[in-house]
Structure formats: C-alpha cells, structure tokens
Design a protein around this ligand. Structure first.
Ligand code: AMP
Ligand code: GLY
Length: 424
C-alpha cells in the first residue's frame, strides 16, 4: 500500500516513522516534509494547503491512504474534496473541522451537548467586548474566533492586557477575518492535559494520554508557543478521572457529532483543564497534537496504518490498540528568538549519534537540507523523544541525547515532565 502524509513538522515525522513500520505499507510519501522525513520517505514538493495539486498527486501515484497532519487543509475542506473523488483519507471533513476552525462554534457545541467548559460570551462589537471585560475583571481570556496560527488566545492577567488583546484582534485585525468575532472567557486555574481519541463518528478509541508544555520558559513562564515538549502517559489521569472524561466529555461529544451529522473520521484532540479533579474543555483540535503525537506514537505498539485506515473506512470497532508499558518524553529544541521571529539556516550537528538506538528518536520539526547539510528552518527545530521504564528514566534518556546535538542559538526547556515526576 502507498501512503501520503501531508505536513512538514515533528508530528508528521512521527506519523511517517510509525506508518513506515507497517508490514502493509510499501511506500510513504510526504508533502512537503522536512530533512528528517526525507531520510525515511519520499518528500514531494507540494504545499500542505494546495488541495488540487495533492489530489492530482494521489490520483497519479494511486495512493491508498492520505493522512492529513495540520488543521489548515482540514478546515479548507481537503477531506470533502478527496471523498467526493472516492479517495481514502484520514481526517474530518470541513463540518467536523469547524470544531477547531471556529472557537465560537466549538463553545456552542459544548453548551448544546452539556460538555463542561469555562463560562464565556461572544462579541462582534469591540465596545461591547471591552465593557464585558471591565465588568468581569481579570484574569480573563480573550480568543479570536478563527484560526490564528496558535496565537489567537490571550490569557490576560489584567483588564488592560485584555483590552489590548481585544484591540489587537478586533481593531488592528492582527489575524484578519479570524478576529471578526471574539470569545471572552472565564480564566480556569488547574493543570492542562491533552486527551486524544480516534473516531469514525460511531466508535471512539482513546489514545494514550499526554501533557504538553505550552510556555517558552521553565516553570510555565513566558509567552505561549506551539508546545515545547510533552510526555505520555499523563499521570494526573487516574482511573476515576479517565472515566469522568469518557462519560462527561467524550460520550456527549460523539453524540453531538452524530446529531449534527458531522462526518468525522479522524482524531479529535480535546484540550482539557483539570480543575479540582474535574475536566473542563479548553479547545478541540481536529488533528494530532504537536508535540504530543511524538511521545504517543513512540509508545504505540499497534500498527498505525491499520488504525488510520480503519478510521477512514468507518471500521474502528474492529481494531484494538496496544501500548508499550514504557513512558515517553519529548523535548523540543527551538531556534534563537522563538516564539518571536527566529533565526534560520543554522547547521545542526550530532544527529548521527542516535542511529540504531531504539529508545531515542529525533523527530525533525523545522529542518531542511542545504548542500547536503541539515539546517534549521523553523521555530521548533527538533523533538528529541525517548522511551524509558518510567517518566523519570525517559526524561533522563531524552536530556542525555540532547547533550549530543547542537546548533547555534538552540534553546529548550529543562523541566519537561517534572510535574509528573513530582507526583510519583
Ligand atoms: P486554546 O487554543 O483555546 O487551547 O488556548 C491556548 C492556551 O490558552 C491553552 O492551552 C491554555 O493554556 C490557555 N487557555 C485557553 N483557554 C483558557 C481558559 N479558559 N482558562 C485558562 N487558560 C486558558
Ligand atoms: N501542542 C498543542 C497543539 O498541538 O495544539
């Protein structure tokens, strides 16, 4: 079988790596991919959002399964187009992808189906939003309705901060039409986890739990990023919390998908805040988390191709997912300046040190080839991901591996997974 993975980040490297281990997969392509992916798959020079070119490629190469990594092509309707053309594709259609594409749609969905979430109000008038912020006080959360490359959420500690966020989104239109409407939301205090499930709209298969580290600096300080590291499993999820999540968050969500007749055959990433032991939904994403996919896929013992193909064919009830007992930790190595504007083109050294080590994978996130050399080309450059018998051991393996890697300006958090270790 031939598989096409769409995207170019660490998540896509992990997907390609795991898919290429399947005995049923003869060849993996990736569009557009990155330097690390090009070592194990054929990278195709087509952008992730060029739906027509992707469809032509799939027809020309007789691709059996297309797996969409990022949200952009999903909200743009790639699944609708592929399905119309009779092509097998993993991911929700544009109606399902609205759960990520419109935060207001997602909150209305949660309200309608009784899914616990922070109290909120939506606004299309700047003045009314500002008045509400003044009335409610801080801390308070301001969110642009549409996709904003992960930058559309501002957790404001003061009323002034919230007002500047509203101004940036609604008046200065920093995210264009994505900021036509905003959500102003109660600020929840607690611990965040990522809870992903595969679903074909009927059956739900929960994946291993994980926890991301969104802030740039140790101790969860500094601005938000796409994610500076993640580990799995998330030990905060006890058996009783897990059944609470399944019963009160996941079951009503699936009921909602069915009632709304959304065609969902993919992964739903539910971002949860655990407040006093209870789960509240912060957001839905219609794709795998990045970097969460990296540690999760390292722990997966089942054939990923079988799982994704069964999801795309609405046969999830036939599959069983097995996990390794090992824990996994992924630490993101970022470019100087990230999450602001960052430097590119730095030569990366030490990547050969890990060949043959089954416990360490260096997933490439923002890399490219320059005259045969691997250089940085993104804000998040590498995701060093390691397995270990427990989180502490996995963390040790990951940070030992990092000592062998170097590029100019490289920086990373030193405390990935410490929350879990403290709980042990
Ligand atoms: P979102 O894209 O909605 O997940 O928001 C990005 C990040 O903002 C989340 O991962 C949280 O860290 C934070 N956040 C979002 N909503 C809230 C909230 N209601 N209370 C506290 N923090 C939030
Ligand atoms: N790591 C957060 C995300 O994938 O949205």
């Amino acid at each position: 079988m031939k598989v096409l993975v769409i995207g170019s980040g660490g998540r896509e490297h992990a997907l390609v790596w795991k898919l290429s281990q399947s005995s049923r997969v003869d060849k993996v392509f990736c569009a557009p991919g990155n330097a690390g992916i090009s070592g194990i798959a054929e990278c195709i020079d087509i952008k992730a959002d060029d739906v027509d070119a992707l469809l032509n490629f799939v027809k020309y190469e007789w691709i059996d399964l297309t797996v969409v990594g990022p949200e952009g092509p999903l909200t743009a309707g790639i699944v609708d187009t592929f399905v119309k053309e009779g092509r097998r594709i993993f991911g929700p259609d544009s109606s399902g992808a609205r759960l990520e594409g419109s935060k207001i749609f997602a909150k209305d969905f949660m309200l309608k189906y009784g899914i616990p979430t922070a109290e909120f109000k939506t606004f299309s008038s700047y003045l009314q939003a500002e008045e509400y912020v003044r009335l409610k006080g801080a801390p308070i959360v301001v969110k642009a309705d549409g996709l904003a490359a992960g930058k559309g959420v501002i957790v404001a500690e003061t009323v002034d901060e919230a007002k500047s966020a509203l101004k940036m989104i609604m008046r200065d239109r920093a995210f264009g039409d994505a900021g036509n409407k905003v959500l102003v939301e109660q600020c929840l205090k607690g611990e965040e986890i990522s809870f992903m499930v595969l679903t074909d709209g009927k059956t739900v298969v929960p994946l291993a739990t994980s926890q991301d580290h969104k802030r740039i600096f140790d101790g969860d300080r500094g601005p938000n990023t796409g994610g500076m590291g993640a580990y799995s499993p998330a030990s905060i999820v006890t058996e009783s919390l897990r059944s609470d999540i399944m019963q009160n968050v996941i079951d009503p969500m699936i009921k909602g998908l069915q009632r709304e007749r959304m065609n969902y055959r993919g992964v739903i990433y539910v971002g949860l805040m655990i407040c006093d032991g209870k789960p509240y939904v912060l957001e839905y994403n219609c794709r795998f988390g990045d970097p969460e996919a990296q540690p999760i896929l390292m722990r997966l013992d089942s054939d990923l191709f079988d799982l994704l193909k069964a999801t795309a064919e609405s046969r999830l009830k036939d599959v069983k997912v097995l996990w390794k007992d090992d824990a996994s930790v992924c630490v993101v190595l970022a470019s100087k300046g990230y999450p602001g504007s960052y430097e590119k083109g730095e030569t990366i050294k030490g990547l050969d040190s890990f060949k043959g080590d089954e416990n360490v994978m260096v997933f490439h996130a923002g890399t490219s080839l320059n005259n045969g050399e691997i250089v940085s080309s993104g804000g998040r450059v590498l995701g060093v991901t390691a397995l270990g018998k427990d989180i502490r051991t996995a963390k040790d393996h990951a940070y030992k591996a990092i000592e062998k890697i170097h590029f100019k300006g490289m920086h990373y958090r030193k405390d990935i997974s410490d929350k879990a270790i403290k709980r042990q």
